[in-house]
Structures are given as structure tokens and as C-alpha cells.
Design a protein around this ligand. Structure first.
Ligand code: GCW
Length: 832
């Protein structure tokens, strides 16, 4: 008995030790199976580091950690090249000095050379780079190959980054919240100070380094001026210290009005010498604390942020003033092209927010200093599920430029929905802007190749938080991994990236790999199809959370995310001939495609043209039928992800399996909320029926407001389309309320969905009874961006396999909590 208990305890403990939280992400270094391990038997037993920087030491430590984890061997540290085979790690220069006979290739900064070479009659492994962090990247690359069980026999490989700049931004506020962050509070800040414990910052630096990312702007672009005040600098220096061993440079976002807000000046005019002197002083102070400081990111004249326009100056005036302060220290200035007027008059059909970046920045081309990078979102609006590539990338030939990509899925499901963005980013990076005829794809412009620029590249907005899995959804990390891989090599296929990520995160079970790949690789189009169709943008509540449906939220206000849907038709006319003229910002060959309704691809037709609902797409379908069909197909695919995942039971670490299952179930339910909101809105507006008869017909549903209510009271939901029938019910009695109805269909097995509203300002409890029997109970605990019943909070609880008979009474008990009223929308009962 005793022994038995002991065994159970041991089993449980081993389980705890190996429970997957997602914190290790793709750097788990899980032990390989014996069969896979054998191919690495020839790997040397010792490691030599030629050099002693912190970054090189990380490379050696990482090699030891990875080999120990995956192969169960501890590499022996040697001081000089030993008389036996060794892994030799260092800069090209140091390796050449130690082994002059060795021929090494020419490699760009951050690139590396991994080779098994023979000298002195021994077979060694070389990892060499022109710079320290390149050697670290080489170490990660070699370990990645082993983790993916790839052969390294006779390896002789050079890898170089496609673009010189590969950074990330975090939108963390100093109070510890994160703007558009969905993975918990900040790992950097809390309560207006830098956190005492920066362990997660070091771990984040390691993840970034493993992808070749070398810079991180840590605070919100809506910047708090305090971040560069004297008393904050020693704190910032601690963050830089945590990043440094991983070759990640620290940068901060600055508020351009700081000289006036906190600097004691009566102006922040970039042309005023007192202002530039103030900034020079700040920059010098920063570099005294952080000698390898990376630079500044600037958001100005945008969404209420002050900027150079206050003084009639241009973004170039402001950018250069800051860049000149940074230049003597080697710093870079990222100036965001997200500059637009959010008080546009929507009544004027010629107004168009999409034009803003090009209209403002194109005339300034050639006026930015060489250590300025203009940082532009990938599309002309804002991280929508689909947009055309921003014409700004073809419009700046004498300016460094970087693309800003949303790793955090602000407009693509906020990591509550799986939405793997590589297929989207591949389209963007591969898109040929034809600046000089064919041959200027975005990836080449960013790399500086097209227009011979010294700098340029990639900035991912990531917003990791303190959640164990960093982003709030284990699958969300595939976007960070993919961002880094594409920034390094935009020619990688989305499939390769997905497969590599899966292997490193979930192991080598081929069935697991196939299932997850099939979910990931279809997920962006799935999300697009149940949210914003045909380039109409995400159709979310743009005035609030950017999460649930909000068809009209973008219309008739100054934000300019209009899609101009009315009784007759939908879409923005952005043509030169009759619209806003936006298409004219592209080079003629591209402009021609978008200018004509006939040649514009269906998936962007509503971005460029206003058409009647009856307009026939190139696919042959009418616009309205496409809207209906795509939403039904998308919601069905989301449902299918649940089934696909369920077939993985037993093959994945149980807690991880369950947590992903819960998220996929939420997604499938929320996809249905999206489907119904969008379809019903367009149905009502257009008065055109769905050819398949689905829209508006929900035979399996019982509306909550139609049930027998005790305590519950009916509730109008706004906007109406975000709930079934425009209404729900709420309970304001602390002791709880009930809603019940009789089941009158044939006896059999059924699945029952209870659609309820889960807000973040309370934890209501629900219990469901069939007759007197309790069949399910739960607490509304999901972390959703919602404070009222509606499209952001609508959540499905699926109770599977209920045996029901005619005459059964089904009763739901709700107990409210806090501001949350245990609100219900409907119950749907479907035959199994
Ligand atoms: O889409 C908007 C977001 C803002 C964000 C802004 C930007 C940081 O809603 O939260 O502000 O984009 O990119 O500056």
C-alpha cells in the first residue's frame, strides 16, 4: 500500500514537472526519442568559446542547455581548441586567429556559418559569425535543427538575414497595463516603475534572440514622458541589462511634446534650438546609463498625440531633430507613418483615411536622415483582417522603411481566435508594387535592396504579458515565431514555418503536426470569412474593443474606417475616376488593377469599389450571397477545428490539450455570433434573402426572452444584430433567477448550446437542469474585453450528448456577480 501511494505521488510529481505551460514556447529542448537521438551520436563532447562577451557566453550556455535537454549529454567546457573533436563557437576573427588554416566564407552582420570541418585530423563543429549575436543565432539554429530532428551530418551552411532591421514593439504602459495586450499585464512595468523581478524579460530576450530579433521598444507608442526622466533611467537600465546577454537592444517610445510637458520649456517645436538641445541632453543621459541603447520610436500627430504639425513642421523635421541627437551614439529613430486625421468628415465622399500615410510622407521622401526609419503598418488603414499593401512602401525611394506587423491579433481575434497570420504576411511581403515595372516586392523594398537603402526591415507589435504562455493562447505564439522567421527569411513558406513551430512546440507526432498545421494554415482565411468579407475590413467594433462584431461602428464618424454600407450596396470608391483617388498612389501597373472593378481581386473589391449587393463577383456569386456563404462556411470551419482538435486527445500533454480545446470551443461559438450578426445586419439592410435559406431561420433555437422567466427580465442588446432576436435576459436579484422551457421534439440524443454573456466585471454562475437533474454548471470566467452583454461577451456553453424526451422541462439558473447579470441570449438544441 505504502509503495503504491509512493508511486502515485511520484507519477503526479513527474507530471507536474513536465506539465506544459507554454512558457518555454519553441525552446523546450524536450528529450528526443532514442531512434532520433542516434543520428547525433557523432556530435563532439566538448565546446570551446573563442571570446568572452555576455552574448557569446549565452550562446555557449544555450548549446549546453539544449544538448543536455534533447540528447541527455552535458558538453564539457574547454578553454582552447582541444586535442579532440569540439564545437567551436565564436566570431570569424577569433576562429581565424585560433585556426588560421580554416577557410571561412564572407558573411553579412548577424549571419552565421555552421559547418562540420576537419583539421588536425579531427572533425569539429564550427559556429562562426562576424559579430557576437550572429554566433548566438547560429547556436539557436543548430539546436533548432536537432529539435526538429533534421540531419546535421556534413553540415556546411551559411545563413544571413534578408533585412538588417528586425525589431519588436511592446505597447506596455508604465502602470503595468498593455494597450491591445491580451496575455496579461506587463513583464516590464508595474505601478509606474520597472518590475523588481525581470526574469521574464530575460526569457523574452532569449525567445527573441532565437529568431534573430535584435531590438525591442518596450513602452507604448502612446508614450508617457516619464520614461526618459532622470529617475527612470536607472530602472530602464535594468531592462537593458536583462536583454543584453541575448543581443537585444532596448529602445523606448517618446512623447514629442516632452520638452514642454516635463522639460520645463514653453515649446516642443522641433525647429527651436532649445528643444533640440533638450533632447540632446536627454539622449546623453540615457546613453550614460545604457551605452548600447537602441533608439526611439515616435507616434506623433496621430490619434490625439501631439506632433510637429502643432508648429507647422513636418514629420521629417521632427524625426531628424531626434535622429541627430541619437546619431553620435549609434541610435536609430523609428518614425511611425500611422499619421492621420481621426476627425475626418464622413459626409465628404472624397475623404479617405487610406490616403494619409502616402499624402503626408511621399512629399518628404529624401528629407529623412540616414538613421531614421519610417515605420509603416502593412496596410493603409490599420491591421485589418485584409487590406491591400500600403502604397507607402513603393512611394519612399530615398527613405529607410520598415513594415509594422501585428503579432498581437488586435483585429484578428486577439488570441481568443486562432489566426495564424503567415499566409497573410507572405502575400504582403511577396506583393510586387512594380515601382519600376515588375521586380519590387515589398520584401526587397524593406531589405533596402530595391532602392539601395542602408537600413530597413521589420517591426512586430507583440505585446506579450505575464501569462505563462506569453500571449494568452498557446497558438498565438506561432505568430511571434513566424514573424521572426519571416523577418529573417521572407522566402520561407508559411507551411515550413508552421511545421517547424509545431515540431518545436508540440514534438514530433506526425498526426499532431498534421492536425495543428491544418488548423493554423487555414485559420486566417477562416477568420476573415466569418468577420469582414471582400476587403470591407474586419467589421468589428472599432470604437471599443476591436473584438466582436460591430457593423456600423466604423460608419458615420471621423475615424475613417468606413465601408459605406447602405440599403443598396457597400464599399468605398477609392478610384481615381470617381472616388477618393487612393488607387493613384500605386505605380501605374498596380493602380490599373485596382482602378477597374473587373480586375480588382474579389477579396479586395469592397476596399476599392462601391457596388450594389447584386453585383456579380469574379467568382460568379453576388456580393450579398458571398457575404452569407462566407460567414456560414467560416463558422463551420471554426466548428471543425474543435473536432480536429478532439481527435488529438491523448496525444498532447493533457493540460495543454484542455486549454487549447477550451479556446477552440470559444472560437467556434464566437464565430457563430459573428456569422449571425453580419448576416442578419446585411439581410435586414439589403432585404435580399439568403439563397440557401439559412439567414434568419434558426429552427433549433429557443430565445431566452421567450422562456418562462422567474426573476430574469428582458434586455435590449445594442447593436441589435449582436444577439439573437436583438434581445436577451438579465438577472438583477442576488439570489439568482431562472429561465425554463419545455422540450417538445422527438426523444433522442442532443447537444445543447447555452448562449450567455461573459463580461470581465463579474463572475456569474450558471446551472442547467433537465427536470430535477443537474446536467451542467459553470462560472463565467473567460477573460473577454466586455463590460456589458453584446457581441464581445456572447459565449457558448455546449452540453454534449443529452438524452431528451418530449415533455422534459429544461431550466437554467443564473446567479449574477458584480456588474455581470448572468445574462442569457438563447438555447439551441441540435440532434447529435
Ligand atoms: O489601431 C490603433 C489602436 C491603438 C493603437 C494605434 C497605433 C497604440 O487601436 O490602440 O495605439 O492603433 O497603432 O498607434
Amino acid at each position: 500500500m505504502k509503495n503504491y501511494l509512493w508511486l502515485v505521488a511520484l507519477g503526479m510529481c513527474a507530471g507536474c514537472l513536465h506539465a506544459e505551460t507554454g512558457r518555454e514556447a519553441w525552446l523546450r529542448y524536450a528529450p528526443l526519442k532514442d531512434s532520433a537521438r542516434a543520428q547525433y551520436d557523432t556530435l563532439p563532447a566538448s565546446i570551446v568559446l573563442l571570446g568572452d562577451s555576455a552574448v557569446l557566453s549565452s550562446a555557449r550556455a544555450e548549446m549546453i542547455r539544449g544538448i543536455r535537454g534533447m540528447l541527455g549529454r552535458t558538453l564539457r567546457i574547454e578553454k582552447g581548441v582541444p586535442g579532440e573533436s569540439a564545437i567551436i563557437l565564436g566570431t570569424m576573427e577569433s576562429i581565424k586567429a585560433a585556426v588560421p588554416a580554416l577557410a571561412l566564407p564572407e558573411i553579412a552582420q548577424d549571419g552565421f556559418f555552421i559547418a562540420s570541418v576537419e583539421f588536425g585530423g579531427l572533425c569539429h563543429f564550427i559556429i562562426a559569425s562576424p559579430n557576437d549575436r550572429g554566433a548566438l543565432y547560429g547556436a539557436f539554429a543548430l539546436l533548432g535543427k536537432i529539435a526538429r530532428e533534421e540531419s546535421i551530418a556534413g553540415i556546411h551552411e551559411v545563413q544571413q538575414p534578408y533585412a538588417p532591421v528586425r525589431w519588436v514593439n511592446q505597447w506596455d504602459n508604465l502602470n503595468g497595463t498593455i494597450e491591445r495586450g491580451y496575455g496579461g499585464p506587463s513583464i516590464f512595468f508595474d505601478n509606474d516603475t520597472v518590475r523588481a523581478d525581470l526574469a521574464r524579460v530575460g526569457e523574452y530576450g532569449r525567445l527573441l534572440a532565437s529568431l534573430g530579433i535584435h531590438g525591442c521598444t518596450v513602452n507604448n507608442v502612446n508614450a508617457n514622458p516619464r520614461v526618459i526622466q532622470d529617475d527612470f533611467l536607472p530602472q530602464l537600465a535594468r531592462i537593458a541589462d536583462a536583454f543584453r546577454p541575448w543581443g537585444v537592444q532596448l529602445a523606448v517610445s517618446v512623447d514629442l511634446s516632452s520638452p514642454q510637458k516635463t522639460g520645463g520649456l514653453d515649446t516642443f517645436d522641433p525647429a527651436d534650438p532649445r528643444v533640440s538641445a533638450w533632447w540632446r541632453g536627454r539622449v546623453e543621459a540615457i546613453y550614460r546609463h545604457i551605452p548600447d541603447f537602441g533608439g526611439f520610436t515616435v507616434k506623433a500627430d496621430s490619434e490625439g498625440r501631439l506632433g510637429p504639425s502643432s508648429y507647422g513642421r513636418t514629420p521629417a523635421d521632427a524625426a531628424n531633430m531626434l535622429a541627430r541627437a541619437l546619431r553620435p551614439h549609434g541610435g536609430i529613430l523609428f518614425y511611425r507613418a500611422f499619421v492621420y486625421d481621426h476627425h475626418l468628415d464622413w459626409r465628404n465622399p472624397k475623404n479617405d483615411r487610406a490616403r494619409a500615410a502616402y499624402d503626408i510622407f511621399h512629399p518628404l521622401d529624401g528629407k529623412f536622415d540616414d538613421n531614421v526609419i519610417v515605420q509603416a503598418k502593412h496596410g493603409p488603414i490599420d491591421f485589418q483582417a485584409r487590406e491591400p499593401v500600403s502604397p507607402i512602401f513603393g512611394g519612399l525611394r530615398r527613405t529607410n522603411i520598415a513594415v509594422e506587423l501585428p503579432v498581437m491579433q488586435e483585429y484578428t481575434g486577439q488570441q481568443k481566435h486562432v489566426c495564424f497570420l503567415m499566409p497573410s504576411w507572405k502575400e504582403i511581403l511577396g506583393f510586387d508594387l512594380q515601382a519600376d515595372g515588375p521586380g519590387t516586392p515589398v520584401k526587397d523594398i524593406l531589405a533596402g535592396k530595391s532602392f539601395h537603402r542602408p537600413m530597413g526591415g521589420y517591426v512586430g507589435v507583440v505585446n506579450v504579458g505575464t501569462d505563462a504562455d506569453w500571449l494568452g493562447h498557446p497558438m498565438g505564439m506561432a505568430n511571434l515565431y513566424g514573424f521572426g522567421r519571416l523577418a529573417w527569411n521572407p522566402d520561407l513558406a508559411a507551411e515550413t514555418i508552421a511545421n517547424d513551430w509545431i515540431r518545436m512546440t508540440f514534438g514530433s507526432d506526425p498526426a499532431v503536426a498534421q492536425t495543428i498545421a491544418s488548423i493554423l494554415l487555414t485559420s486566417w482565411r477562416t477568420y476573415e470569412s466569418y468577420t469582414g468579407p471582400l476587403g470591407a475590413q474586419t467589421l468589428t467594433d472599432i470604437l471599443g474593443s476591436h473584438f466582436g462584431p460591430g457593423v456600423e461602428a466604423s460608419e458615420r464618424n471621423g475615424w475613417g474606417q468606413w465601408h459605406r454600407a447602405d440599403e443598396k450596396g457597400i464599399g468605398m470608391d477609392r478610384t481615381v475616376a470617381t472616388g477618393t483617388g487612393f488607387t493613384g498612389q500605386y505605380a501605374p501597373a498596380v493602380a490599373r488593377i485596382y482602378e477597374s472593378l473587373e480586375t480588382t481581386p474579389d477579396n479586395l473589391v469592397l476596399f476599392f469599389h462601391h457596388v450594389p449587393y447584386t453585383h456579380r463577383l469574379r467568382s460568379g456569386k453576388s456580393v450579398i450571397q458571398h457575404i452569407y456563404d462566407s460567414h456560414y462556411e467560416g463558422a463551420e470551419r471554426a466548428e471543425d477545428y474543435v473536432a480536429q482538435w478532439e481527435s488529438m486527445k491523448g496525444r498532447i500533454d493533457p493540460p495543454l490539450y484542455e486549454s487549447i480545446l477550451a479556446r477552440l470551443e470559444f472560437q467556434a461559438g464566437h464565430a457563430r455570433v459573428w456569422r449571425d450578426a453580419i448576416c442578419n445586419w446585411f439581410h435586414k439592410m439589403s432585404q435580399i434573402p439568403d439563397a440557401s435559406g439559412r439567414v434568419g431561420n434558426y429552427a433549433d433555437r429557443v430565445e431566452a426572452e421567450g422562456m418562462v422567466l422567474r426573476g430574469y427580465t428582458p434586455l435590449e442588446i445594442t447593436p441589435w444584430e449582436n444577439s439573437s432576436g436583438g434581445k436577451g435576459i438579465e438577472c438583477r436579484l442576488p439570489e439568482g433567477c431562472t429561465a425554463s422551457f419545455g422540450f417538445d421534439r422527438a426523444a433522442g440524443w442532443y447537444d445543447m448550446d447555452v448562449e450567455y454573456f461573459d463580461q470581465n466585471n463579474g463572475e456569474s454562475r450558471f446551472r442547467v437542469f433537465v427536470g430535477d437533474q443537474l446536467v451542467d454548471e459553470w462560472v463565467a470566467l473567460n477573460r473577454l474585453p466586455a463590460q456589458k452583454p453584446g457581441g464581445d461577451s456572447s459565449t457558448r456553453r455546449r452540453i454534449k450528448g443529452l438524452g431528451l424526451r418530449p415533455g422534459d422541462r429544461i431550466r437554467i439558473e443564473g446567479i449574477p456577480d458584480g456588474e455581470e447579470t448572468a445574462a442569457l441570449d438563447f438555447v439551441s438544441i441540435k440532434r447529435k
